[in-house]
Ligand binder design. Structure first.
Ligand code: GLN
Length: 392
């Protein structure tokens, strides 16, 4: 009997993260596939959540989020994103950034509206757009000598009077691109010209390297009133399982986001909101340690992959390396990213993600493989040793 999946979701199948983590587990592989830390989040947050449970903060939180968390998010946004949101009317706490993306798509756009989105994209973008009946206009981040970048003309050509939004992700999963000022200013001009909203997924905002600063497009003059900033505690504080995220937007846009959020999840687990509030205010030292750790894991994994024949463009941010694998796969008698990512867990004992899942035309991602380095040094060391053995 065929599975009962609506036409809306049939094209999306099972997420590549679920599939590749299952494959890694089956072969007891080091899981450099799904991006989640293999270590715990900071004590400050866990303690604050436990205290909240014991203090009886166990009933529904207010629909937009507990006030102390919304206030902490507003302070964080002021410090990190250079904006000054009103916690009551401009901040909405969501079940991770993933729900914030869904609430933004469903709450702000109508079927047939066009949104420009960069590919490769995080897989839920396309699924959420499909839920909302939004039409995706794709602009590719092409590989360059040192990183990935879109082509100015392609971006301009994608935007028209039908464009209602531009969805950006900076630092970018999976390429590690951090959008620079010139790019953000160009996107600003185009958003203003076409009266479009920017939806800016900034979940990797605290994971950048080599002194490269993340900048929120909301801080660029002219954008504050037309930007939805999305982020979460998951990446900055290694608490991906808490699923506490948020959307910051001017009141007219927050109204739309909240109208969807109230029917998607209504509210987010109350004690975890207390935990995140403590971290946003007091977790800066933890972030400094995390950045140093990810910096060395990026170096270790990047250099080893290069030695093994992968073409690595060193990521400026995020905790992913998107490496070109052609030389390696040719040696193995394989062809695509999917071949390699099915081969690696079984034969090398390492899991990875095939980036073709992040492109409208899978062929565009077939030459790449994504490795996550948000792991302890011993896991990254072990993965490297296993890759050396299998690929030598
Ligand atoms: N954001 C993480 C990644 O890109 C995992 C997302 C997920 O499992 N849904 O790997």
């Amino acid at each position: 009997m065929s599975t009962a999946i609506s036409d809306r979701f049939r094209p999306f199948g099972t997420t590549i993260f679920t599939e590749m983590t299952a494959l890694a587990n089956k072969h007891q592989a080091v899981n450099l596939a799904q991006g989640f830390p293999d270590f715990d989040g900071p004590e400050i947050g866990k303690l604050a959540a436990k205290i909240a449970i014991d203090a009886g903060h166990n009933q529904y939180a207010p629909m937009p989020g507990v006030p102390i968390l919304r206030q902490a998010i507003a302070r964080w946004a002021n410090r990190i994103n250079g904006i000054d949101p009103d916690p009551d009317t401009e901040v909405t706490v969501t079940s991770g950034c993933t729900e914030a993306i869904a609430a933004t798509m469903l709450g702000l756009f109508n079927p047939g509206d066009e949104i420009v989105v960069f590919e490769p994209y995080y897989d839920s973008y396309r699924a959420c757009m499909a839920m909302a009946g939004v039409v995706a206009r794709l602009v590719t981040l092409h590989p360059t000598e040192t990183g990935f970048s879109y082509n100015d003309e392609e971006l301009q050509a994608a935007m028209s009077s039908r464009t209602k939004g531009v969805l950006i992700n900076t630092p970018h999963n999976p390429t590690g691109t951090v959008f620079n000022d010139r790019q953000l200013e160009q996107i600003t001009q185009l958003c203003i010209r076409h009266d479009a909203i920017a939806i800016s997924d900034e979940v990797y905002e605290r994971i950048t390297f080599d002194g490269i600063a993340h900048r929120s497009i909301a801080s660029i003059p002219g954008m504050r009133d037309r930007t939805v900033v999305l982020s979460s505690a998951g990446k900055s504080f290694s608490l991906t399982g808490w699923k506490v995220g948020w959307a910051i937007a001017p009141p007219r846009l927050s109204a739309g986001i909240r109208s969807a959020h109230q029917f998607l999840t209504f509210s987010v687990p109350t004690p975890l909101q207390h935990g995140v509030a403590a971290l946003l205010d007091e977790g800066e030292d933890e972030i400094t340690k995390l950045q140093a750790h990810y910096g060395s894991m990026r170096g270790l994994l990047g250099e080893s992959l290069s030695e093994l024949g992968f073409r690595v463009r060193v990521p400026a941010g995020s905790y992913f390396i998107m490496a070109e694998h052609t030389e390696v796969t040719q040696r193995l008698g394989l062809v695509s990213d999917v071949d390699l990512c099915r081969w690696l867990p079984e034969h090398a004992g390492v899991g990875a993600i095939p980036p073709s899942a992040f492109y409208s035309d899978p062929a565009d991602g077939a030459a790449f493989v994504r490795f996550a380095f948000c792991k302890q040094a011993k896991a990254v060391d072990e993965a490297i040793a296993r890759l050396r053995k299998a690929l030598a």
